[in-house]
Design a protein around this ligand. Structure first.
Ligand SMILES: [Cu+2]
Length: 152
């Protein structure tokens, strides 16, 4: 009986810990409160954004600071029409570095510059309610370097 009780309490502790450690999205705690001032960074030398989810309020003026922490890779940040992330990723690579890998397309809703280590600050109006993908269009990056902006 005593053994059974300690087994159950162990199980409860494990369940609690796994619940407490599970968070949706990337490495950082996700705030679902819409933000006007957003900072999104690259994770070291990897092809990842530090935030997989962003929350804004539809129609608001957003100031986004994109920080590239990598010393060896250039990156950018593009907000695109829902369902168009892969298409823009492919077109971006074709656009070439002279165009900062940003294709001329109405599906590109906002974009930073292509930057090496450093930062770029942009302003854009949050799109109508919906879920919008964001990607880096440096060739090969868009498949993993992406996230979702939730316009509430
Ligand atoms: Cu990138």
């Amino acid at each position: 009986m005593k053994q059974q009780l300690s087994f159950i309490s162990c199980l409860l502790i494990v369940m609690f810990l796994s619940f407490a450690c599970t968070r949706p999205g990337g490495n950082q705690p996700v705030s679902k409160v819409p933000e006007k001032n957003i900072t999104i960074s690259t994770v070291g030398e990897t092809m990842l954004f530090d935030k997989r989810e962003l929350y804004v309020k539809a129609g608001e003026e957003i100031t986004l600071t994109f920080v590239n922490n990598a010393t060896t890779m250039k990156h950018n940040w593009l907000l695109v029409t829902p369902g168009k992330a892969d298409e823009i990723g492919i077109l971006g690579a074709k656009a070439g570095e002279a165009k900062q890998f940003v294709p001329e397309s109405s599906d590109v809703l906002a974009t930073t510059k292509l930057i090496g280590k450093g930062q770029d600050v942009i302003k854009f109006k949050a799109p109508p309610s919906g879920q919008y993908p964001y990607i880096c269009t440096f060739p090969g990056h868009y498949t993993v370097m992406r996230g979702t902006l939730h316009s509430l």
